[in-house]
Design a protein around this ligand. Structure first.
Ligand code: DAH
Length: 340
């Protein structure tokens, strides 16, 4: 009987509604029972076959069931929506009593700290900062610096050659030539950068390390300017009570040449493990620019003179923080780096 069929459709729809877990389930149920091609609609299309006296009652019943199911569907929709909202709110709850997470803040590398300070010291004395390429011509690294073809420093055991005339620079002194080629005196620069030598890595050697070159050229520049400037540098970096001395040395591109030592700050000159019992610690190489180097760069050595210096950045940083092993700079161990 049609009445029973309508009741079955109602029960089936109510059953389906119980199992609906989301809004799209509900929409499917609505379409499959109440939609244009849905079960209830199809049944109503068969009304024509009923006798005329039954039709109004069946029509009424079908409409009641439709209204009832529409009500149930919208109730279920409201319930699902609020369940969904509650679920989302509970997921988004923030527990303000939870302990925070540590934010790791990076550190400057100790060599960056010392390089920045060195730059500030020299900028304060009127120097500017220049640079040059790490892959360099033989000419700038050796030839123009008065280092002839048979000089031992050119040995392939010391130098990384890329081709006969191209190499990885072994010293930032190459920047002196590049700068003088393009600038007329007065010149007052420092040039920090990487240099390379074919050395095995150990506590005091590395195939890649850093130098800070210095160059001053003007009229009337003397050894006194060199000494005064480098002493100021040492005192600013290591403290006012630092004691400096200059020792004669040899570099092909300076004449005369010297090395500057500072008195060992551990034993104050008496001799200890840190200074290998010498009482002094070597800090840098320096000298008066060789007239031949000036000439090569078209600067008249009869009118101009200058001084130059080369500082090992690893070395001055090790001295500054009493670091015993150069390899620590390159290992990137945060337990080491975090101390600065
Ligand atoms: N280039 C030298 C080296 O690598 C260091 C040096 C010494 C640079 C004396 C200079 C200088 O400018 O005058 O050992």
């Amino acid at each position: 009987m049609m009445k029973d069929q309508i009741e079955q459709i109602r029960l089936a729809a109510v059953d389906a509604l119980k199992n609906a877990t989301n809004l799209s389930d509900l929409e499917n149920i609505r379409v499959s029972f109440l939609g244009k091609k849905g079960q209830l609609t199809s049944l109503l299309k068969q009304m024509g076959s009923l006798s005329a006296d039954l039709r109004p009652a069946m029509g009424q019943l079908a409409n009641d069931v439709r209204a009832y199911l529409e009500g149930e569907i919208s109730k279920a929709a409201t319930a699902l929506q609020s369940a969904e909202l509650n679920h989302r709110l509970s997921r988004e709850t923030i527990d303000v009593t939870m302990p925070g997470e540590d934010v790791c803040i990076g550190h400057k590398h100790p060599m960056s700290i010392v390089l920045d300070e060195t730059k500030q010291i020299f900028l304060g004395m009127g120097f500017s900062v220049a640079d040059g390429p790490e892959v360099e011509y033989d000419y700038y690294n050796f030839e123009a610096l008065n280092i002839p073809k048979d000089h031992p420093a050119r040995d392939t055991q010391d130098t990384f050659y890329i081709s006969e005339n191209v190499l990885l620079r072994t010293q930032t002194s190459s920047c002196q030539i590049r700068y003088m080629e393009n600038h007329k005196p007065p010149i007052r620069i420092i040039a920090p950068g990487r240099v390379y030598r074919s050395d095995a890595l150990d506590a005091t050697h590395s195939p890649m390390f850093h130098q800070i070159e210095g160059l001053v050229v003007d009229e009337g520049i003397s050894m006194a300017d060199l000494k005064g400037t480098l002493e100021v540098f040492a005192k600013r970096l290591y403290g006012e009570d630092v004691v400096c001395r200059f020792r004669p040395h040899h570099f092909p591109f300076t004449e005369p040449s010297a090395e500057m030592d500072i008195q060992c700050f551990n034993c104050h000159g008496k001799g200890c493990r840190l200074c290998k019992n010498e009482g002094w610690i070597e800090l840098l190489g320096a000298g008066m620019v060789h007239p031949r180097v000036l000439e090569t760069c078209n600067i008249d050595p009869n009118k101009y003179s200058g001084y130059a210096f080369g500082i090992g950045l690893e070395r001055i940083t090790m001295r500054r923080y009493q670091i015993g092993d150069l390899r620590m700079f390159f290992e990137n161990d945060t337990r080491f780096l975090g101390q600065f």
